[in-house]
Design a binder for this molecule. Structure first.
Ligand code: HEM
Length: 167
């Protein structure tokens, strides 16, 4: 019987690509709620579905999320992208947002902490946003994240905080 995360041969099925195995704690579908804020806007609450999935023959995790206004149920922001972990504990992430903004994020992951920390190397096609940082943490079966942004007027500070449970 093959151990999860090992390389397959022709007769065995690969369950998790070895490059993705340290980030297995993220894989799955998550649902929860978040709050949004920034000095220039009114605070808001949202619900969110978020998915990390992967094909066992690829060293990459596919990421997607959708959000809804908590009161009205109307769709809000959505985004999707690809997470590419490397064996040295660094990670490269690309994200395309429903607003048209694109991000290239670089950072680190820590399997023991269940954490991923990202800072934008590139923010493109954005009228206001200059920088984005994202911190994800999985603890006690809960995925929480904080997204901070800097705009042309305001320095880096939180725009989103959310916590989600695995479905
Ligand atoms: C990294 C992800 C995101 C970025 C970079 C981003 C960027 C921004 C920016 C630049 C503003 C305008 C701030 C200002 O005028 O000073 C804004 C406002 C806002 N954002 Fe986000 N946002 C993100 C994610 C989200 C998500 C996930 C939601 C909803 C769940 C959301 C909902 C809103 C709302 C409701 C406003 C205020 C109204 C508006 O200006 O449309 N944002 N966001």
């Amino acid at each position: 019987m093959m151990e999860e995360g090992t390389v397959s041969n022709q007769s065995e099925t690969l369950l998790v690509h070895p490059a993705v195995k340290p980030l297995s704690f993220l894989l799955g579908t998550w649902r929860g709620e978040g709050q949004g804020f920034f000095p220039t806007i009114s605070s808001f609450n949202y619900s969110e579905d978020l998915q990390f999935s992967h094909s066992p023959n690829k060293p990459v995790i596919a990421y997607s999320q959708k959000t809804w206004n908590l009161k009205s149920g109307q769709p809000m922001h959505s985004e999707s992208g690809y997470w590419r972990p490397k064996p040295d504990g660094t990670i490269e992430v690309v994200i395309a947002q429903s607003t048209g903004l694109v991000e290239v994020q670089k950072g680190t992951y820590d399997m023991k902490e269940g954490a991923v920390k990202l800072n934008s190397e590139l923010v493109g096609n954005a009228s206001k946003v200059k920088e984005i940082s994202r911190v994800f943490k999985v603890e006690n079966c809960e995925l929480s994240y904080v997204v901070e942004m800097a705009t042309s007027l305001i320095g880096l500070q939180p725009h989103l905080k959310a916590s989600l449970k695995k479905l």
